[in-house]
Ligand binder design. Structure first.
Ligand SMILES: [Zn+2]
Ligand SMILES: [Zn+2]
Length: 369
């Protein structure tokens, strides 16, 4: 305990759209059931760009420490915090990953039993600097009600950082599908982390053909290494009608049984409804920022479609994602999701490289600190 400093460095968002500033911030006093972690790795999320520019559905007051996908190494455990959510004992030095702090008492937590809709959720990556609840920092404070999961010893930070956001969201979304029909054709719209994990999970869930539609080429290359049978580069095939024709050709003319929206690009919705087979399903998992578009809802009725929305996840999805990684890490290069690592000091460059689409997942790597 003696080695825990009183302050640490954190990248603070001073105002929407402004560069993040490295500031020295206080480390909070440890409460019962809280955890203090040293941040080992913090991923940059596609939604961090919406957050940075104030274009997210929820807009917290600035300043705050961004970063909502973090792997932390336990440096102090509050009294009473002895196990993770799967009942594994917690010790100093363990690496953990955690969910947003839901209340497990409100109507949506208790009656609807969907804590991802919690009305009293306390989110990481949007709290005032003195709370130290963001990943773009040297240390992070995990508040008492947070559910945490230990990362298995064999799994690396690069392999598991996606579990903190994109992969757990995909696991939660696929749970709502209640399975993929054996041999079903699946189109994934988008080749960012949500799209890549969707393609992988579709393949491992019995899909007959997985087609990933996105860009740039490097992401599509990884989609193939993660099991995609076909990829369609939207930089090459810019026209939606052209893409539709290609997909029809790959699916006996009828379109896929399942389309997964993982693009975050509003016009993709109309395209997805158009391409899905009659009687098929459309899983919307990537639309993280509010926007409007024109769309013909008649197609939902005419095609007898099932449209399923999914946003967020809770701790069982983190647990399942980690178990999946543990069992498939020899089969797929799961660490390749982290395309570049940065020092905390270079956080603004990491955000810009995400914005330009150059990197799949930039990550702040504090392991040498
Ligand atoms: Zn995220
Ligand atoms: Zn709640």
């Amino acid at each position: 305990m003696a080695s825990i400093p009183h302050t640490c460095l954190a990248a603070v968002l001073p105002d929407y759209g402004a560069p993040l500033e490295l500031r020295e911030v206080q480390i909070p006093q440890l409460e019962d059931n809280a955890i203090l972690v040293k941040v080992e790795m913090a991923g940059i999320c596609g939604s961090d760009l919406h957050i940075w520019h104030g274009k997210m559905g929820i807009k917290a007051p600035t300043p705050y420490i961004m970063g909502h996908e973090t792997i932390g190494r336990v440096v102090a455990l509050g009294r009473g915090r002895t196990h993770d959510a799967a009942e594994a004992p917690l010790h100093i030095g363990d690496r953990i990953i955690w969910a947003h702090a839901d209340c497990y008492e409100c109507y949506y937590c208790d009656i609807v039993r969907k804590p991802m809709l919690c009305e009293h959720r306390i989110g990481y990556g949007m709290a005032p600097p003195e709370k130290l609840m963001g990943g773009f920092a040297e240390y992070e404070y995990v508040i008492p009600r947070t559910k945490v999961i230990k990362i298995p010893g064999s799994v690396t930070e690069e392999e598991s950082i996606g579990v903190a956001c994109a992969f757990r969201s995909v696991v939660a979304a696929f749970e709502k599908l209640n399975g993929i029909g054996t041999g079903d054709r699946v189109v994934v719209q988008g080749a960012g982390p949500v799209g890549l994990y969707s393609g992988l999970l579709a393949k491992e869930s019995g899909a007959g053909k997985v087609i990933v539609v996105g860009a740039p080429a490097g992401r599509l290359e990884l989609a193939k290494r993660w099991g995609a049978d076909e990829v369609i580069d939207i930089d090459e095939h810019k026209d939606a009608a052209e893409r539709l024709a290609l997909i029809r050709d790959m699916t006996e003319g009828r379109g896929p049984e399942l389309v997964v929206e993982a693009s975050g690009y509003p016009p993709a919705f109309a395209e997805g409804v158009e391409m899905v087979q009659k009687g098929g399903r459309y899983l919307v998992a990537g639309m993280t920022s509010p926007a409007e578009m024109t769309f013909n809802p008649f197609l939902i009725l005419a095609k007898n479609l099932q449209i399923i929305g999914s946003g967020g996840a809770i701790i069982p999805h983190f647990y399942k994602a980690l178990r999946f990684i543990e069992s498939r890490r020899e089969k797929y290069p799961l660490d390749a999701i982290v395309s570049k690592k940065y020092a905390l000091e270079d956080i603004n460059q990491a955000l810009l490289d995400m914005q330009s689409g150059h990197e799949i997942k930039p990550a702040i790597d504090n392991r040498g600190r």
